[in-house]
Write a protein that binds this ligand. Structure first.
Ligand SMILES: [Zn+2]
Length: 153
């Protein structure tokens, strides 16, 4: 799943739960719940599920989508936390909801053979069927909008 819905659902959890440990654990768990929902995978690790890939497989399209996704997600979390007294918990939730995808960055930096066991475990939670673009995006956009509404209510 894209980073933006992960960040925003984590932010929503941070906006509603007062205990930082509960925020961190619930937000991290939300990552796997979101990954299990039907969605269209964009980045290399999702698009080529289970397949071997190398750094060279990351094309300009992959990097542009990942960079735009991360920037949009961080920008939205910045916007919804502006003036919010729970900003620290919201950022904690956003960070912890994103954290289970850290292996993508780690593998880009240190090679796809790193963290193989974690990657395999992470993929067990993933929705794996191919999807059309619109329905594949709809679940992610819906999760993101619902999360923003929870934070802003
Ligand atoms: Zn994930």
């Amino acid at each position: 799943m894209l980073t933006t819905p992960h960040l925003l659902v984590g932010a929503a959890i941070g906006s509603q739960v007062g205990n930082p440990i509960l925020v961190a654990t619930t937000a991290a768990a939300s990552h796997f719940v979101l990954d299990s929902l039907p969605h269209l995978g964009f980045i290399v690790g999702e698009r080529r599920l289970g397949a071997q890939w190398d750094f060279e497989d990351l094309d300009r399209r992959d990097l542009t989508i990942v960079a735009a996704d991360v920037l949009i997600g961080l920008g939205l979390v910045t916007l919804i936390t502006a003036g919010n007294p729970r900003a620290e918990l919201i950022w904690l939730g956003a960070f912890c909801a994103f954290l289970p995808d850290f292996h993508h960055t780690f593998q880009i930096l240190f090679g796809p053979q790193k963290l193989k066991k974690y990657t395999k475990l992470h993929l067990k939670f993933h929705y794996k069927k191919p999807m059309r673009v619109l329905p594949g995006l709809a679940t992610q956009v819906t999760a993101a909008i619902a999360a923003v509404l929870v934070v802003l209510r």
